[in-house]
Write a protein that binds this ligand. Structure first.
Ligand SMILES: Nc1ncnc2c1ncn2[C@@H]1O[C@H](COP(=O)(O)OP(=O)(O)OP(=O)(O)O)[C@@H](O)[C@H]1O
Ligand SMILES: [Mg+2]
Length: 303
């Protein structure tokens, strides 16, 4: 592959301060001007659709259509008609000829979302179309050329895909890291989501956003901000407007690689806050005596 051309518009599309994301964008930059099929992996809500759109709209086929095929939502018995199209009279409801999605994507990009949900039979048919670079409408004879970049995505393991299909659609793999592994991107994403409607996010609220585990990734962050914008009466988002994030605190501490002392200090501080500095009660909850609690409080500089 020749050296990658610079695509500054890509960096506007996906803004990041994270090293793995930067490496990912470098890979994307290399494929934009070439007909390389791309496979996008990542948890739900990390931005797989968003990346598919970035690849299409920054790439050489940007003037042509981007057609999304949701492989998990289309029933298996309708799938062929949906992607290959059909001729009039092929089945009872076929009152007129209809172009399929592969035909609509001609010259552009076809995005197979949740591609791992395709049945073995459909995988075989899709593979044939990719290998032959052509297909026919159901009930038709005319060979229609299949000319589109293929982008596919999955949030689960790819074992359910046959190898020869995987080999075709997975020339380059992009694995998008979960949001909790790129926390440095949370502030700018959050600010981007509030930008149009609100002026800011206060420090305490930002701290909450930084610490949450985000199992739903960027989608969850976006929803949390949308909701906060509605609930917050002033022009700054405060913790009150955020959902009460309940996740396993130990899991989240481990992900952030806290030391035992950090964890202990945080826990003591929180128990003191909840007992309104009732030291006897806090010591009882913590299972230590009052003297030990006071020592730890001093050690950790808890007010
Ligand atoms: N880098 C980004 N910058 C701004 N918004 C983003 C970014 N990535 C994702 N989003 C937004 O986050 C939401 C979820 O993204 P998207 O739908 O692409 O996730 P997904 O990985 O396809 O999720 P699923 O597995 O559930 O289909 C969307 O509203 C999208 O616009
Ligand atoms: Mg998606």
């Amino acid at each position: 592959m020749p050296a990658a051309k610079k695509h500054p518009e890509l960096k506007d599309f996906v803004r990041t301060k994270n090293d793995s994301m930067r490496a990912l964008l470098q890979t994307v930059e290399k494929v934009l001007d070439h007909d390389v099929n791309v496979f996008i992996l990542g948890e739900s809500g990390v931005g797989k659709d968003y990346f598919a759109e970035a690849i299409h709209s920054c790439g050489k086929r940007r003037e042509k259509p981007l057609v999304r095929i949701d492989c998990a939502a289309i029933p298996a018995d309708l799938f062929e008609a949906e992607i290959f199209g059909f001729e009039k009279g092929t089945f009872t409801d076929a009152v007129a000829r209809k172009a399929g999605k592969l035909e609509m994507a001609h010259g552009g990009t076809v995005y197979f979302d949740a591609v791992t949900s395709l049945t073995a039979n459909l995988q075989a048919k899709l593979l044939r179309a990719i290998q032959d670079k052509s297909f026919t409408r159901l009930g038709g004879h005319e060979a229609i050329s299949f000319d589109a970049r293929i982008v596919s995505s999955s949030s689960t393991a790819v074992e359910s895909l046959r190898n020869d299909l995987l080999y075709r659609i997975n020339v380059v793999t992009l694995t998008i890291p979960p949001l909790r592994e790129r926390r440095e991107d949370i502030p700018q994403l959050a600010r981007m989501f509030v930008a149009r409607r609100k002026h800011g996010i206060d420090d305490a609220a930002m701290q909450m956003l930084m610490e949450h585990r985000w199992p739903g990734n960027i989608r969850e962050l976006r929803n949390a901000i949308d909701r906060a914008v509605l609930l917050e009466e002033t022009d700054v988002i405060t913790p009150n407007a955020l959902p009460s994030f309940t996740s396993d605190p130990v899991e989240s501490a481990a992900e952030q690689q806290w030391t035992l002392e950090q964890l202990e200090a945080r826990y003591i501080r929180e128990v003191l806050r909840q007992t309104r500095n009732n030291y006897s009660r806090a010591a009882e909850i913590l299972g230590i005596n009052r003297k030990t609690l006071l020592e730890k409080r001093r050690k950790y500089g808890i007010e």
